[in-house]
Design a protein around this ligand. Structure first.
Ligand SMILES: [Zn+2]
Ligand SMILES: [Zn+2]
Length: 384
């Protein structure tokens, strides 16, 4: 066995190829195999243990987000170091076998936005490679960029010098660790909303990120957390993640309901994670004068949030705060997962082999089973 900081594993021990799921064109899913080069001195190779399936992935397949084909999707991955170059091992303090989360963002680390810590807004692009601003694993780096291991729906992932890695406790089960990215997104949304001890918080949209936003708001000291949604099973689950109360907006007017739950007041902070324009509108209607509204749900190209009158926005001096991705969110997320104050593993309801991506997507779209978070396990074989 190689020892720590001893450079790459011997070639004989290194896998030479990686199975991957490839979105080759809109609505086309293929299974492929890609060669694995030996990592350079500044690089690492991660064996993917689990990767979460995100709504974003389904939008990517449909061609709703940019033009990234051919793409290996997957940005919610955790795994272990399979090989690591000497410089990378020294710089990151990591060795073969260590458990890690890798952030989906690959920041340049030198532009003005990166230097101020907002690396989710990285302004560097690499036109030589035809890469857009804000490179993201599994979203906008096509497989044609060498070495082609840029997405988590894969046995292995390439980790270059600019990638941001976080060590995970070896004892943390992968089914909990795999939630680190959505929890980091939730944590950033709560931080953007400046949720402080004693604040009342409404979360709209109890998907995985919304449910974790309730948990993050609770961890930030919120006095009362109300989750608003349309699916009773999700609302019930929210209660195990820090929600004091829930409200089904199909059953009753959320403004009336929230006022009742918050002693006649509207919320100090509303976090919208539903990703539909109607929810953005609803968020504005549920916040108190001078409160904060965080827009964390992606609405796609058709989103239009319109404010009908000055009394919606101007004369109430509401802060509208978009929250994009997870910059700065991983460290607190790892700490929360370690503290284990909430039953995180309950969110991971389904696991599939790489071969069964299409099946997983059908199940998610059909809503016949209550899929909360489905994951892919690249080491498992299809049993279907
Ligand atoms: Zn995601
Ligand atoms: Zn940058």
């Amino acid at each position: 066995m190689p020892v720590a900081n001893d450079g790459p594993m011997p070639s004989a021990a290194l896998p030479t190829s990686s199975r991957q799921v490839l979105f080759s064109a809109p609505d086309v899913i293929e299974q492929t195999v890609t060669a694995i080069p030996e990592p350079g001195p500044h690089d690492a190779l991660v064996r993917v243990a689990l990767v979460g399936i995100c709504a974003t992935d389904l939008h990517l397949l449909a061609g709703h987000i940019g033009d990234p084909f051919p793409l290996v999707p997957g940005h919610e991955f955790v795994g272990e170091i399979a090989a690591i170059g000497a410089e990378a091992a020294a710089a990151r303090g990591l060795a073969v076998g260590d458990h890690v989360a890798v952030e989906m963002l690959l920041p340049c680390r030198s532009c003005a936005r990166c230097r101020e810590g907002r690396y989710n807004l990285c302004e560097a692009d690499d036109m030589a490679l035809g890469l857009p601003r804000g490179r993201q694993y599994g979203v906008n780096i096509p497989r044609t960029v060498e070495p082609g291991l840029w997405g988590g729906y894969s046995e292995f992932l390439h980790v270059p010098a600019e990638a941001v890695t976080h060590r995970l406790p070896a004892s943390m089960p992968w089914t909990r660790a795999v939630l680190v990215e959505p929890l980091a997104v939730a944590g950033r949304a709560v931080a953007r909303g400046r949720v402080a001890p004693g604040d009342t918080v409404v979360v709209i949209g109890p998907g995985p990120v919304g449910i974790l936003t309730a948990a993050a708001a609770r961890a930030a000291g919120a006095a009362k957390v109300v989750v608003v949604g349309t699916r009773d099973s999700r609302l019930a689950l929210s209660r195990a993640f820090g929600a004091d109360a829930t409200l089904n907006s199909r059953d009753r007017d959320p403004v009336v309901g929230v006022r009742e739950l918050l002693g006649g007041q509207l919320a100090d902070v509303v976090v919208e994670v539903a990703g539909v324009p109607a929810a953005q509108q609803q968020a504005v209607s549920l916040v108190r004068r001078g409160g904060r509204v965080v827009l964390a749900g992606a609405c796609g190209a058709h989103a239009v949030v319109s404010f009908l009158a000055d009394e919606d926005l101007l004369t109430r001096e509401i802060d509208i705060l978009p929250s994009f991705l997870s910059a700065g969110g991983f460290e607190p997320a790892v700490a929360m997962l370690e503290r284990h104050d909430f039953p995180y593993e309950q969110l991971v309801t389904h696991s599939f082999a790489l071969d069964d991506v299409a099946l997983a997507y059908d199940l998610i779209r059909s809503r016949t089973e209550d899929v909360v978070k489905a994951v892919l396990d690249p080491s498992s074989e299809s049993t279907r």
